[in-house]
Design a protein around this ligand. Structure first.
Ligand code: ADP
Ligand code: MG
Length: 402
């Protein structure tokens, strides 16, 4: 294998590159990237774009988002404000999203003016659990058994049909385990339906998975796709808690996960990143849990662990550049820092920062609330000892007060 192939293919991509890729038509450094949404994903994407030399404009309904301080210009306006959207479009060369809950009408409006990556079609699919599952089934990818639900009566029938423990989820706008209710056969479905308080929901069979994993796949304007290494994720109360890379999986399972993610990227025709969350079953088979057409919390470790971070890759793809290499530079463990740690004030960061191999990222959010993602850290290294040390350091922080 020639050296250029080794760099680009890495056993993880689907399109080995043989010659220098063309970047005709790309938005080169100096151009302006528009980001819809201003949360931590927008912040880290903005930082990656700035470091490549792009100008960044963020648009959000609140002026307080973590991305605002990293942008050259922040437009604060309703997503229903056509005047502000026209101004945003006139300021930028290309538009991306930092979360999928942007109204699709906004993306369609902007698409008439500037390239929007990912497209409104991709976001439409990924912002609704039912559309997402139907898309996956239509391209032959397995998901947990589910039923679409619009009433308590339907819920009752579906709970009986699925025949065991299930999870009721709002079709739209759920994140970090919000908008989900666990149900067992015989539970009061009327109360659950009222509590969910959503017009449309999905009832999913609760899967007794062996582990959870995710794969972030980038797809460029020219159709090249490349997957980051597979990672193992542990959730607590529906919120990502710990990510370990590489995943603790046999290579046969990991390569299957990457192949599924590349297939999804291809079939969606996404430009940018698509993150695929998986349930890994005891026999090594995989069910896709959900998709996110953007950088993902489980990929934060790539800031240190891979040659190109997920944020830099997203910017490269969206701006029409060739993808960067994604080989693992170091194994690592990513630990989320939730607002719960701020109970007694600012945690004592000395306890973390005195340790070697720790990379701390704080999102600059005002107002720490339980369950709110305030930051994360990555500890480089591999194996249960490193993972336990990382978790132990967070426990230490939780008892601290600076
Ligand atoms: N069908 C299921 N079976 C078992 N666990 C589930 C199921 N659906 C969700 N979960 C658990 O809840 C977590 C969050 O659910 P998910 O559907 O990914 O929603 P969110 O959009 O909040 O991330 C999952 O990562 C998993 O740990
Ligand atoms: Mg999820």
């Amino acid at each position: 294998m020639r050296k250029s192939e080794a760099i680009i293919d890495n056993g993880q991509g689907v399109t080995p590159k043989e010659k220098t890729p063309s970047i005709t038509g790309a938005f080169l450094p100096g151009a302006t990237l528009g980001i819809l949404g201003s949360g931590q994903l927008g912040r880290m994407s903005a930082m990656a774009a700035k470091s490549l030399g792009y100008r960044v404009v963020v648009y959000d309904e609140t002026p307080e988002g973590p991305a605002v301080s990293c942008a050259d210009l922040a437009i604060t306006a309703s997503f229903n404000d056509p005047v502000a959207l026209v101004r945003f479009a006139s300021e930028v060369d290309v538009v991306t999203v930092e979360f999928e809950n942007i109204p699709v009408s906004v993306l369609e409006f902007l698409e008439k003016r500037k390239p929007v990556r990912p497209s409104s079609r991709v976001v439409l699919i990924c912002q609704d659990r039912i559309r997402e599952k139907e898309f996956l089934l239509s391209v032959g990818i397995a998901v947990a058994p589910f039923r679409a639900i619009t009433s308590a009566l339907q819920l009752k029938k579906a709970l009986a049909a699925l025949g065991g423990d299930s999870i009721l989820k709002t079709a739209a706008l759920g994140y970090d385990g919000k908008g989900q209710i666990s149900l067992k056969p015989g539970n009061d479905v009327t109360a659950a339906w009222e509590q969910l308080s959503a017009p449309l929901a999905v009832l999913e069979q609760k899967i007794a998975f062996q582990s959870e994993a995710s794969v972030i796949c980038a797809r460029s304007v020219s159709g090249e796709s490349l997957c980051f290494p597979v990672q193992t994720n542990v959730h607590r109360d529906g919120i990502l808690d710990v990510t370990t890379v590489p995943a603790n999986l046999p290579e046969s399972v990991a390569s299957k996960a990457r192949a599924i993610a590349s297939d999804i990227a291809e079939k969606l025709g996404v430009i940018g990143l698509i993150t695929v969350e998986f349930f890994v079953l005891a026999d090594g088979s995989l069910l896709v849990n959900e998709l996110a057409p953007r950088p993902h919390n489980s990929g934060h470790h790539t800031l240190e662990t891979t040659m190109t971070s997920q944020f830099a890759q997203h910017i490269r793809a969206v701006c029409g550049l060739p993808l960067g290499p994604v080989m693992l530079r170091s194994p690592g463990v990513m630990i989320n820092l939730l607002g719960d740690l701020w109970k007694a004030g600012q945690p004592d960061w000395k306890l973390l920062l005195r340790e070697s191999g720790i990379f701390l990222h704080l999102y600059g959010k005002k107002g720490a609330k339980p369950g709110r993602k305030m930051g994360h850290f990555t500890l480089l290294g591999e194996g249960a000892t490193v993972r336990d040390r990382a978790i132990g350091l967070r426990t230490l922080l939780s008892h601290s007060e600076s």
